[in-house]
Design a protein around this ligand. Structure first.
Ligand code: DQA
Length: 143
C-alpha cells in the first residue's frame, strides 16, 4: 500500500506562517511525523507540496494506478478549486481531507470546501495529529 500526502499553498511555510493558527513546527517536521505514522502501519508514503493549483492537479492525475490512498490539505485551494475536486473524482482514489486549523470557526470564505464533495472524511482542528487520523483511517480501511 502506498499513500500520497499532498499539501497545498503556503504549507511549505509552516512554522513561520501564523504560528498561533498553524503551530510552530515546520513542513519538514510534518513530513517526518506523517512518515512515522505510515511506517507504523508498514505503509509507503510519497509527499508532494506545491503552491500551484495545476501542479496539484498533475500530482493527483499521476497518482492513478500507483497510489492507494490520498491525504490532502489543499490549503487555500480548498475553498476555490473545482479543478482539484475534478481530478480527485477522475482518479477515484480513496481520499481524506485534512486541515490543521478548525476551519469551521474561521472566516466565512473558508466555509466551503470543494474537496469535501469527494473526500471520504474531513479532519480539522487537530494540527499535525489530523494527518495521523487520516493515515490510520486509510490504512485500517484499505490495507
Ligand atoms: C488550512 C486552512 C485553509 O483555510 C488555509 O487557506 C490554509 C490552511 C489548514 O490547514 O487549516 O492554508 O487548510
Amino acid at each position: 500500500m502506498k499513500l500520497l500526502i499532498i499539501n497545498g499553498p503556503n504549507l511549505n511555510l509552516l512554522g513561520l506562517r501564523e504560528p498561533t493558527i498553524y503551530g510552530d513546527r515546520n513542513y519538514d517536521a510534518l513530513v517526518k511525523y506523517v512518515k512515522e505514522c505510515a511506517d507504523a502501519h508498514g505503509v509507503q508514503t510519497e509527499f508532494f507540496q506545491s503552491n500551484h493549483e495545476g501542479a496539484i492537479v498533475d500530482a493527483i492525475q499521476q497518482a492513478y494506478g500507483r497510489i492507494d490512498g490520498i491525504v490532502i490539505n489543499p490549503a487555500a485551494y480548498t475553498h476555490t478549486s473545482v479543478a482539484i475536486l475534478d481530478a480527485l473524482k477522475a482518479v477515484q482514489i480513496p481520499t481524506v481531507e485534512v486541515h490543521l486549523s478548525k476551519v469551521s470557526e474561521r472566516e466565512a470564505f473558508r466555509q466551503i470546501s470543494y474537496v469535501s464533495y469527494y473526500a471520504e472524511k474531513t479532519i480539522t482542528g487537530m494540527g499535525f495529529e489530523g494527518y495521523k487520523v487520516a493515515v490510520d483511517y486509510l490504512c485500517e480501511k484499505y490495507c
